[in-house]
Design a protein around this ligand. Structure first.
Ligand SMILES: *Cc1c(COP(=O)(O)O)cnc(C)c1O
Length: 436
């Protein structure tokens, strides 16, 4: 697999290098040079496969030149002790449950694969690798669980103090071993900026071997396209129509993975990018201007992003062409009161409990259908990015019920958190990294 930097298409690297560098030296993001195309005939064959077989088939198209078939099979077997599930709510609406992994969010799909892929390559490395992760919640826990006790790799998580849910915090601050959590006095964007500054610091990088595991890492995007294939193919062969796919979005990594799938030939009619009150992208669609700004807090906090890092990839994919972007993607912003109202409506109508992120997605599809009457009956898949149990309080308030935490979350709440508190300025972070 060859990848280029969004800022300079003439520089190409291997998957191995993109995986360990995270970001290109010119601070661009890596993009596949070629999307392997899947033809109509092959789609029919893919329809019968279970999730792991399908994941292997897709992964192999990208990675066969760098990872042996046994290696890839092992990566997939070890990564996926869980699978996505498709729930049909009515004739035209499907929910793709992506929360059956160890930390109950879709991020397990990317993180688990990336951890195993790194551990496959790291066998030849001599120096310990330090992975920096800025997290607004779910990335941290998914990455921490995926890498926990993986030899030769240390994880440093940066998260905004007081701005992630107590449960999310416990999920990544209680593992210990090779997982270190830094509690930053600032916002998620500050955390992300600290990580970016560390990567830009050449002297520091000579001393410490740094890599990233955020959604800017291509090692997470490739596996995230697996479940798009699995779900779209499933629904397509059931209804024989092109499909709408709605993605609750923050940093836009998940959506980017879906667009990769589309570039390989997936029959998706339109992607719906659902965001909360952090509406930089809907504003871009309206005005053509991209104006990043500090994030605001919402109930769907894993999407509280004011400067979505993968937007650069999406622009690159469509040659920075505003009309072309609009042709493939539709977007809308859903605020907190409407999020709660949607959780209620979905429960009343279908007896199905959704978390606030999924609710943003459900409402976005409804709005899209109101806006584009021709697609009123076009089948839609809404990605359900988190288990409702992770947002127990919000669910109980919205639905006026006593929803119980899943057992695995119960256990983690009883554990003691271990963190290092740190101000949001780079000086402290740099000193810390220098000394580890
Ligand atoms: C991370 C996350 C999102 C946003 O995904 P991006 O790839 O950053 O757009 C949405 N929902 C949940 C539950 C998440 O954890």
């Amino acid at each position: 697999m060859k990848l280029y930097s969004t800022r300079d298409h003439s520089i190409t690297v291997s998957f191995h290098d993109a995986l360990f560098q995270g970001q290109a030296a010119d601070r661009g993001l890596y993009m596949p040079q070629l999307f392997p195309l899947i033809g109509q005939d092959e789609f029919k064959n893919l329809a019968g496969l279970d999730f792991k077989e399908l994941a292997y088939t897709i992964a192999q198209k990208y990675l066969a030149d760098e990872i042996s078939s046994t290696g890839l099979e092992n990566i997939i077997q070890q990564a996926y002790h869980f699978a996505p599930a498709l729930k049909q709510l009515d004739d035209f609406t499907f929910v793709l449950e992506l929360f059956h992994g160890p930390t109950l969010s879709f991020k397990d799909f990317g993180a688990q694969f990336m951890a195993r892929a790194m551990s496959y390559f790291v066998q030849d490395e001599h120096r310990e690798i330090t992975i920096l992760v800025a997290t607004s919640g779910d990335t941290g826990s998914a990455v921490a669980h995926a890498y926990h006790k993986v030899e030769g790799i240390r994880i440093i998580l940066l998260y905004p103090s007081g701005k992630v849910s107590p449960l999310q915090e416990k999920q990544f601050t209680t593992l210990g071993n090779n997982i270190l959590a830094l509690e930053i006095d600032g916002t998620f964007d500050d955390c992300q900026s600290l990580v970016k500054q560390a990567f830009a610091d050449d002297n520091l990088r000579k001393k410490v071997k740094l890599t990233s595991a955020n959604s800017i890492n291509i090692g997470r995007l490739v596996p995230q396209s697996f479940y798009y294939f699995w779900s779209v193919i499933n629904v397509f062969f059931q209804l024989h129509k092109d499909i709408l796919v709605c993605v609750p979005s923050g940093n836009f990594g998940n959506l980017t993975a879906g667009l990769f799938g589309h570039a390989m030939g997936l029959p998706v009619k339109k992607f719906i990018a659902a965001v909360n009150s952090n509406n930089v992208i809907p504003e871009y669609f309206e005005t053509g201007e991209y104006k990043p700004r500090p994030s605001v807090r919402t109930l769907s906090n894993a999407m509280d992003v004011g400067n979505p890092s993968n937007w650069e990839r999406i622009r690159d994919l469509y040659n920075n062409n505003y009309n072309s972007i609009k042709q493939h993607i539709w977007t809308t912003s859903v605020n907190d009161p409407v999020t709660i109202e949607t959780m209620k409506q979905v429960y009343e109508k279908y007896h199905y409990i959704i978390d606030p992120h999924t609710a943003v997605g459900m409402r976005a599809v409804e709005r899209y259908r109101d806006n584009v009457p021709a697609d009123k009956f076009t089948p839609a898949i809404v990605l359900s990015t988190a288990h409702p149990g992770k947002f127990q309080e919000i669910v109980n308030d919205a639905l006026n019920m006593d929803y119980k935490l899943p057992e695995s979350l119960h256990n983690v709440l009883r554990k003691e958190k271990q963190t290092i508190k740190m101000p949001g300025s780079f000086k402290y972070f740099r000193d810390f990294l220098w000394a580890i």
